[in-house]
Design a protein around this ligand. Structure first.
Ligand code: SAM
Ligand code: SF4
Length: 337
């Protein structure tokens, strides 16, 4: 679908002259895992169905964003594949000619069974979260079983050609940091991009984070002892990772460092929450309620104008600090997910 160019020659950029090209869309707040660093064991006070944007409403926001210069979309959550027929949303986004890249962040539990429908609908690529290669440990980190499904999904994504296939691994001292070398080995054997993420202090995890935090510098030093790790240009994507590889490896290793080396100066992203708030950063609670506008029949031009105005409140940088609790939304808007 070709939409009218509303950029007026000036694609979206914020008050600090950072061009905004990337919209992350949370399609649900719900999840089928309870990763220790992300969600309490008992879950969260979930949104009600009517509070969540419909696919049509999400597509209207994406269309408006595309009309002012957004070119890449990531579907995330919660666990996005818990929502029924996500491929329908993928197809709606894929029909917008300006959108060049549609990625999905998933925990991989349901990807294997949905991958054909998603790829046929126009999904470009996937990021799959995986913090351990050991089944019992998976159950203690994710508080639910499922490692074999995740591994099957990684194989399926490679086989389906959803490249680059990225694996996100949150490194925690005493929980899984002894597997960093095994994950590095995976990047030698498989055409995957293993990205180690520094753990962030999401509410309930903040205290543990202070104890368990492993900086990317520390883990890169460790990996250098097992091979000749060289910095390289990373695969396509819109995230903040820095990449490395071993000679003759099939894949690469990336590090995402929201705490130790923040990358706010390169921030090119905004985020739409499942309940229709446009979040501009984790700093403060800067957001704009788009749901009310959508349900008051705002046009694409209205939405595009709001997107432009919202740039004025996108702050310059985040203020995440080791062990200081950040609200869940704030912290998760920071990472490459
Ligand atoms: N459920 C999907 C998944 O797990 O990939 C998508 C949503 S999840 C919130 C997106 C990413 O955020 C995952 O890679 C997850 O590991 C990461 N994440 C969640 N909480 C985090 C934390 N406290 N620190 C660092 N990364 C975190
Ligand atoms: Fe669910 Fe992803 Fe959070 Fe784990 S990181 S609890 S899979 S949303």
């Amino acid at each position: 679908m070709q939409s009218i160019d509303l950029t007026g020659g000036f694609p979206l950029s914020d008050a600090f002259a950072r061009p905004i090209r990337y919209l992350r869309v949370s399609v649900t707040d719900k999840c089928n895992l309870r990763c220790v660093y992300c969600m309490p064991e008992g879950g969260l006070p979930w949104l009600r169905r009517e509070e969540i944007l419909s696919y049509e409403e999400i597509a209207r926001v994406v269309e408006a964003a595309a009309s002012v210069g957004v070119r890449a979309i990531r579907l995330t959550g919660g666990e996005p594949l818990l929502r029924r027929n996500v491929e329908r949303l993928v197809a709606m986004i894929a029909s917008l000619s300006e959108i060049e890249d549609i990625a999905l962040s998933t925990n991989g539990l349901l990807l294997d069974e949905q991958i054909d429908a998603l790829a046929s609908a126009g999904l470009s690529r996937v990021n799959i979260s995986l913090d351990t290669l050991r089944p019992q440990r998976f159950e203690s980190v994710a508080r639910r079983p499922g490692l074999e499904h995740v591994l099957r999904s990684i194989d399926a994504a490679i086989a389906r050609g959803l490249h680059p296939v990225k694996i996100n691994c949150v490194v925690m001292r005493g929980r899984n940091d002894d597997e960093v070398e095994d994950f590095a080995q995976l990047s030698r054997q498989l055409p995957v991009h293993v990205r180690f993420i520094e753990a962030m202090p999401v509410v309930e995890y903040a205290e543990a984070q202070r104890e368990e935090f492993v900086s990317a510098d520390e883990l890169l030093d460790r990996l250098r002892t097992i091979g000749n790790l060289q910095p390289i240009d990373g695969p396509v994507g819109n995230g903040p990772a820095r990449y490395f590889s071993f000679p003759d490896a099939a894949g690469t290793i990336g590090v995402i460092t929201p705490l130790s080396h923040d990358y706010c100066d390169r921030c090119n992203r905004i985020r739409l929450t499942a309940d229709g708030r446009l979040r501009l950063c984790l700093f403060g609670d800067h957001h704009v309620d788009l749901r009310t506008l959508l349900r008051a029949q705002a046009t694409r031009e209205d939405l595009a104008a709001i997107l432009r105005r919202s740039m004025l409140i996108k702050p310059e940088r985040h203020h995440l600090r080791l062990g200081e609790p950040a609200s869940r939304m704030r912290a998760l808007s920071e990472i490459g997910g």
